[in-house]
Write a protein that binds this ligand. Structure first.
Ligand SMILES: [Zn+2]
Length: 123
C-alpha cells in the first residue's frame, strides 16, 4: 500500500514483503496468476479500486489470495481489533460489498467500519 511503510510486520521485513510483491508481479506477467481487476476480491467480490494479493506467508505464492483494499486491511487488523473485524467478515459473508477504495486511507477503517477507533490516524 502506498503512503506508508511498515519496518516489520509479524516478523517479516519490508524487503521480504517487497520480494513477495515481485513474486506476484512476475506470476501475473507469466500468466500464472490473474490480475486483481480480472478476478476481484476473493472475499467480497469487489473488482474495482485498489486490490492486491495477500498471503500469510510471504515466502510463497501457495497461499496468495486476491483481496480488495478493505478486505486486505481487515485481514491485517484482525489481531488489533478482533471484534470489529469479526463484524466486518460477518457482513461480507452475508453478501455485503462495500464501495471500492481508490486511494489508500486507513482512516476509512475507523470511519466506515469502526475498526481500530483508538488509533490516531493522520488526516
Ligand atoms: Zn473484499
Amino acid at each position: 500500500m502506498a503512503g506508508y511503510r511498515l519496518a516489520q510486520f509479524r516478523g517479516w521485513q519490508h524487503e521480504e514483503r517487497m520480494a513477495f510483491c515481485k513474486l506476484i508481479d512476475d506470476a501475473i506477467a507469466r500468466g500464472e496468476l490473474k490480475p486483481f481487476r480480472e478476478i476481484g476480491c476473493n472475499r467480497c467480490g469487489q473488482k474495482q479500486g485498489l486490490g492486491t494479493y495477500h498471503s500469510p506467508w510471504y515466502g510463497s505464492l501457495k497461499y496468495a489470495e486476491p483481496l480488495c483494499w478493505r478486505c486486505h486491511l481487515v485481514t491485517h487488523l484482525e489481531r488489533r481489533d478482533p471484534q470489529a473485524c469479526e463484524l466486518y467478515w460477518k457482513e461480507i459473508k452475508n453478501g455485503k460489498q462495500y464501495p471500492p477504495v481508490f486511494r489508500s486511507d486507513v482512516s476509512i477503517m475507523q470511519r466506515e467500519h469502526g475498526i481500530c477507533r483508538r488509533w490516531i490516524v493522520r488526516p
